[in-house]
Design a protein around this ligand. Structure first.
Ligand code: MN
Length: 263
């Protein structure tokens, strides 16, 4: 069974080129998110020939204030990539002071993505769900592309609002096993579910997790939803097909296997 890690910081591992090789051997569909636009090129260089790793251009909300000068780099390269992330808004104590500039920047990026069309976004919304959803509602109307909320920690009503706006959710093991995460899984429609590790910022067996550990997310979701693991994995793979098919040039036939449109 092919698994999906739709949010991982591949460039944060000491030997990340080796990790790309291991991901390819394991066959885990992986979205390598970046935290600054400058990091995008070196990620592409390392992952460019990978069958399974795709690179997103990002500007992490915690980097917005210090790296705002790189926003034009993101905007300039937007036409060269389908994947954008990690982007978003963070309302935690360290970032609270920059909420205004973060909201402005996020709105500008999603509007540019909507304009460009067919983009798949991996979005951080920690303690800022309302701001994120308001910006998506205003600047990323239905048909603009796909918004994936990564490690969502909002309320049930916020989750329902996100669902109504067409959002997907990438869920990691820690989220699934948290009390709020378990409640959220009950309201996230199966056809909006993706998996992630957010490695190396989560742990697997006491060490930093990697895409090779994403089966733990599948296992946790399966246990919370009381469904078989292979059913969850099949659902997530089907959802990946849908997500990567959005905005892709039509071949006139439904994609049989993700790699055809996973580019
Ligand atoms: Mn992340």
């Amino acid at each position: 069974m092919r698994l999906v890690d739709f949010h991982c910081h591949i460039d944060q591992y000491p030997e990340f080129k080796k990790l790309v090789g291991a991901i390819d051997r394991a066959g885990v569909y992986t979205l390598a998110v970046t935290t600054t636009p400058d990091d995008w090129r070196r990620n592409l260089d390392a992952c460019g020939s990978s069958k399974y790793v795709r690179v997103a251009i990002g500007l992490h909300p915690e980097m917005v204030e210090s790296h705002l000068d790189q926003l034009p780099i993101l905007e300039r390269h937007l036409g060269e990539t389908r994947y954008v992330g990690e982007i978003g808004i963070d309302g935690g104590p360290r970032s609270y002071g920059s909420l205004g500039i973060q909201t402005e920047t996020f709105s500008r990026i999603v509007a540019a993505c909507a304009q460009s069309g067919g983009k798949v976004l991996s979005i951080h919304s920690f303690r800022a769900v309302k701001r994120v959803l308001d910006a998506l509602e205003r600047h990323f109307p239905p048909g603009s592309g796909v918004a994936v909320l990564h490690w969502f920690t909002g309320s049930l009503s916020e989750a329902k609002r996100a669902v109504s706006l067409g959002c997907y959710f990438s869920v990691n093991e820690r989220m699934a096993l948290s009390p709020n995460g378990a409640k959220l899984l009950a309201v996230i429609p199966p056809d909006r579910l993706l998996t992630e590790t957010d490695g190396p910022f989560t742990k697997a067996g006491g060490r930093p997790s990697s895409p090779l550990d994403v089966h733990l997310a599948v296992k946790a979701i399966a246990s919370i939803l009381a469904r078989p693991e292979d059913e969850i994995a099949t659902t997530v793979l089907g959802n990946l097909r849908t997500v990567v098919g959005v905005g892709a040039p039509s071949t006139g036939a439904a994609p049989e296997h993700p790699p055809e449109q996973y580019r």
